[in-house]
Design a protein around this ligand. Sequence first.
Ligand code: NDP
Ligand code: MG
Length: 398
Amino acid sequence: MTQSVCILGVTGSIGQSTLKILEQHPDKYSVFAVTAYSRIQNLAVICKQYRPKVVVVPSSKVDELQLLLKQYQVDDVEILTDEEGLVNVAAHSSVDIVMAAIVGAAGLLPTLAAVKAGKRVLLANKEALVMSGDIMIQAAKDHQALLLPVDSEHNAIFQCLPQNYLQIDRQGEPQLGVSRILLTASGGPFLNHSLDELKSVTPAQAVKHPNWSMGQKISVDSATLMNKGLELIEACHLFSISEHFVTVVVHPQSIIHSMVQYVDGSTLAQMGNPDMCTPIAHALAWPERIHTHVPALDLFATQQLNFIEPDVVRFPALKLARQAMKAGGLAPSILNAANEIAVAAFLKQQIGFLQIAQVVEHTLNHVQNGVAESIAQILDTDRLARQVASTYILRLEH
Ligand code: NDP
Ligand code: MG
């Protein structure tokens, strides 16, 4: 019997890497459902090749998809639409594993639906956990979902932690002899740029990551270090640890994917070539291991591993994220929403690179924080923060 997989965000970078792994293991996994947002042509090709039973697209794209499926002679796929469709496939009774790889807040409800349906949830969509934090973690416990990190750093940390670490109670303090988490960051394409140079960097330069090939939004986040900020928050929730036990270490080679330190002086690191297929395969098969095409690390070719302290003057986003995590409640949702709006504005060349963090800081200062009691309240705050950020961007433009 194969395990049935739903890929939320199949047309993206993580979605494509997931298909690559599944294709290598047809005896273990089958593609049950896939979802796309704008790349409908790509989705149709995926349908032809992988023959999913269900697809989800925005309702405005159904006609286009139906036409393409007809051309490809695919006539046995059910089409669902919009957020309701996403939530339905994520919780579908025929699905065993959900890859949560939609980018941004749009992935929150479907990811949470998968968790509440008790699935094995492979979490790439870090924004969903940044927003919902304790609510998502508690839902995973209540519904016996297995929430496994795909983000390479968190997957690395998970590999370096004691086996049963995710099952222990939330304390804020490291448990089972763990003393600290070292979250590595590549530093992005502008690691050595001066503040002055950062003023004029372009979207094209920002999305050209030195080590990883990723979607546009996370590439810009990597360039501002907001990605590391979001990951800091993600780590605190996933591993039940307060932010002051997490140190960010810039490691430009992206060979060590993160580390865990123990009270006896040990530091465990997970290493590998920077290819998301490794953490995806790990989360799919855990606690077993399956083959990927990723070549083993050649340490003689690697030669050097460097470690640098992050510079929060040139990359203030990291500092803002840490402050938001410390403040808790709705602050991480406000940070995330403002960042999504600011990154989109930067990609459209409405604001400069350094203004991304400025928009986030302004929004954090102008939207009221509070206890995050429900998903509805988190979504309301997300909407409000987007409005505040957008209004501020209009002011910056003039
Ligand atoms: P991409 O931009 O490549 O893909 C995003 C996916 O989400 C696409 O399938 C896209 O559909 C879909 N999507 C976008 N907006 C919506 C929406 N409003 N509603 C429904 N679906 C939508 O991103 P990545 O694959 O790079 O990243 C996905 C997630 O994984 C992000 O949260 C990112 O932070 C995380 N991640 C990514 C890593 C990477 O290496 N890429 C590493 C670690 C984490 P379409 O393309 O059809 O428009
Ligand atoms: Mg990462």
